[in-house]
Design a protein around this ligand. Structure first.
Ligand SMILES: O=C(O)[C@H](O)[C@@H](O)[C@H](O)[C@H](O)COP(=O)(O)O
Length: 260
């Protein structure tokens, strides 16, 4: 597992644009090296901000959208098309405007799908889909995602892994149903830390003053049960992409002077 690296941008708009540019390059590189790329999307304002910046980036046409696999790190358990769903929000900001192969887009099941209102069954089905997509070269029942994106909550949650709730203790299953989440809606599905750590690169996005404490805690040696973001690491790279406000409580030795 890789040690976190921190990149600080002036504000959240620049952070989103720079992260979008970084993601385009990463996807193109992966497609060149391996024929296709895989990215795990996150919910939340920062993840959606990155996708919106990607939609506006001139270099977006460098991506071969038909050779991109999309997965989700977590989902709010709601009916298909519900405006609260991370899938719906990602469609609105980017996915509906690029020529993806529908067979390569893998949203987590909605609450009105084949598993009905059973978030645990939906999670299990997603785990099965991930396992089916994993190849012999992968390190377990999850593909080696090229980039896995995560927003960070003010309480240090990532995906739907909240401090001290059962999902953050999971060591076997790759996807779990989450009940009683402190961030609404309470019922969710989420990748677990072992699944997150199957990614080659994990990028955590946080902007704003209300994230400063979370970033400082997670980057100062906290345990993953108390601070789930601390346990989100990529196999070859872990990147924290912050704006200056979110970085304002970090010890100065954690990152070089602001990159603007
Ligand atoms: O479904 C969700 O709500 C998320 O996936 C969640 O983990 C989110 O990424 C963080 O809460 C950060 O959200 P913001 O970027 O909006 O602060």
């Amino acid at each position: 597992m890789s040690a976190p690296q921190v990149v600080v941008h002036r504000d959240k708009e620049l952070m989103a644009k720079a992260a979008a540019a970084r993601l385009i390059t990463k996807i193109v590189d992966a497609q060149t090296a391996r024929g296709s790329a895989s990215v795990v999307l996150t919910g939340g304002r920062n993840g959606n901000g990155l996708l919106a910046a990607l939609a506006e980036a001139p270099a977006r046409d460098a991506v071969d959208w038909s050779r991109l696999d999309l997965w989700w790190g977590d989902e709010r358990f709601a009916p298909d098309g519900d405006p609260e769903r991370n899938h719906t929000q990602a469609r609105e900001v980017l996915l509906d405007s690029v020529p993806l192969d529908p067979a390569r887009v893998h949203p987590m099941p909605p609450s009105d799908g084949p598993y009905g209102n059973d978030a645990d069954a939906a999670a299990e089905a997603y785990a099965t889909a991930l396992a089916a997509a994993a190849g012999p070269e992968d390190h377990g029942p999850v593909p080696s995602f090229d980039v896995l994106l995560l927003g960070v909550g003010p309480d240090t949650h990532v995906a739907s892994l909240f401090p001290e709730l059962p999902a953050v203790y999971e060591t076997e299953r790759t996807v779990v149903g989450v009940h009683g989440a402190p961030k609404p809606p309470p019922t969710r599905t989420s990748l677990t830390l072992p699944a997150i750590r199957a990614a080659r690169e994990v990028w955590l996005l946080a902007a704003g003053e209300d994230k400063a404490n979370a970033a400082a805690i997670a980057l100062s040696g906290a345990g993953e049960v108390q601070a789930p973001a601390a346990g989100a690491r990529g196999r070859s790279r872990t990147l924290w992409l912050l704006d200056e406000a979110a970085a304002s409580q970090l010890p100065r030795d954690l990152y070089p002077p602001a990159s603007a």
